[in-house]
Design a protein around this ligand. Structure first.
Ligand code: IMP
Ligand code: MG
Length: 434
């Protein structure tokens, strides 16, 4: 059976949680492979609405094993809070396996995230402030603390003592911040370790063993490919690798590239971005407000799940999206929030970037160039009928069908799944991906 990866195709918040929830039906294992609690997934099912930051969206199916892979940065306090909330709402979490190799977000990471953003001033990245970036920096600097370290008091003490002096010097001497107390941190994190102990295991083996048994494994991405450290709009990116290309999905749970059969990219029918950085198709008019506030009354507006920040809004950018399709090696697209476009007179898709009289069809690397490009739009007729109750492609209004066909052409990838609302059944399955 295949290993299938689900990645965000744009700048995050494409609705991956909702798509994973749908695709997880047939999976045995659902594993998160990257990022941390900077991510936020909203899932609506029979049990209600849930906002998850770390626990994979597969947790709502009682028979699935859910894995948090080694590639994830874990804030144990947030994870324990999420587990507690799920349990209180009657969701069994005993099937959760947390990688002993995953990095831990420590108190200094949270301090450094905020201090560093302040120091950057006008050039701030607009991070979620959860300490994820500094945690990944320390992973690469080989100063990280891993989940396994939390489980043995001696190991935790040794690790904290080895790194905290350095961290405190940076906090106070570089940033003028408050140093962190070693004893207090060790006791607090040792307790987190005890409370997490029953969940900690060999995540890689859990995934590979299910794969060897011939079971279907779903690797759940977080954030979006355009926030990818390597391929995204650097430096306005996140500090991990949300994409599936080379180091992302496989690395974050420990499976080789030959084991991955399919990569599904989730794209919104338009674009959003939170945080700073280039966004060629960004809108500042009433269309932006309308798209942002669609369904706001029932909590579905375009506001960050993690930070509550209003998301920046723009038309679908086919240049950026095609780039993402290509470097992820996507086999299928899941197009979300089609219903949000209902009732618009016309819909635009950006098909190229104009720069000094030339048309670019690929994403430039340089930030200053990306800030200067002018989107070239193709305008398609909109539709008036609501799509939220439609379950078959052929029942969609003809202009909506034409829009989707055009998206497939421009992105050079089939749209196999369309979502028309937040509930599990509000989906049009064009090709059952699995
Ligand atoms: P960080 O990941 O908190 O360091 O933030 C870096 C950038 O990625 C900022 O622009 C954030 O707004 C953005 N970002 C991080 N996680 C998410 C997410 O899950 N959805 C959307 N944007 C995100
Ligand atoms: Mg999100």
């Amino acid at each position: 059976m295949p290993i299938v990866v689900v990645v965000g195709g744009q700048w995050g918040d494409e609705g991956k949680g909702r798509i994973v929830d749908l695709l997880a039906r047939k999976a045995r294992v659902v594993a998160r492979y990257s990022a941390g609690n900077n991510a936020g997934h909203t899932i609506v099912n029979e049990q209600g609405e849930f906002k998850l930051h770390l626990v994979p969206a597969g947790i709502f199916y009682p028979e699935k094993t859910c894995v948090i892979g080694n590639g994830v940065a874990i804030d144990p306090e947030v994870l324990l809070g999420e587990i507690e909330t799920l349990e209180q709402r009657g969701i069994d979490t005993t099937r959760l396996v947390v990688s002993d190799r995953a990095q831990v977000i420590m108190p200094w990471h949270k301090s450094l995230d905020l201090l560093d953003e302040t120091m950057r001033g006008a050039a701030a990245i607009g991070t979620t402030g959860k300490g994820v970036g500094p945690c990944f920096i320390d992973k690469v600097a080989r100063r990280g603390i891993r989940i396994a370290d939390l489980l043995r008091h001696e190991d935790l003490t040794a690790r904290v003592e080895a790194v905290l002096d350095y961290q405190n010097r940076v906090i106070s001497n570089v940033y003028g911040g408050e140093p962190i107390d070693a004893r207090e941190t060790i006791e607090k994190y040792a307790q987190f370790g005890q409370r997490l102990a029953s969940y900690v295991g060999d995540a890689q083996e859990t995934v590979l063993e299910a794969h060897r048994r011939g079971e279907y494994v779903l690797l759940e991405g977080a954030q979006g490919s355009l926030l990818d450290l390597d391929h995204g709009t650097y430096p306005y990116v996140t500090s991990s690798v949300p994409s599936s290309s080379s180091s992302g999905a496989g690395l974050g749970v420990g499976v080789g590239p030959t084991e991955i059969q399919r990569v599904v990219g989730v794209f919104k029918s338009y674009c959003t971005r939170v945080g700073n950085g280039p966004f060629p198709t960004e809108l500042f008019d009433e269309t932006a407000d309308r798209l942002r506030d669609h369904g706001k009354e029932w909590g579905r507006g375009e506001y960050g799940t993690t930070t509550g920040r209003p998301r920046r809004i723009g038309w679908l950018d086919a240049v950026a999206a095609r780039y993402s399709v290509r470097f992820n090696g996507l086999s299928a697209i899941a197009l979300t929030r089609l219903d949000v476009l209902d009732g618009l007179e016309s819909i635009k898709i950006c098909t190229g970037y104009e720069l000094d009289g030339e048309i670019l069809e690929t994403l430039p690397a340089r930030e200053s160039t990306l800030n200067r490009v002018q989107p070239v739009y193709e305008e398609l007729p909109g539709w008036t009928d609501a799509t939220s109750e439609v379950r078959n492609f052929d029942d969609l209004p003809l202009p909506a069908q034409a829009f989707i066909r055009r998206v497939e052409q421009l992105l050079e990838c089939p749209v196999d799944l369309i979502s028309v609302g937040p509930a599990r059944e509000q989906a049009i399955i064009v090709d059952p991906i699995l």
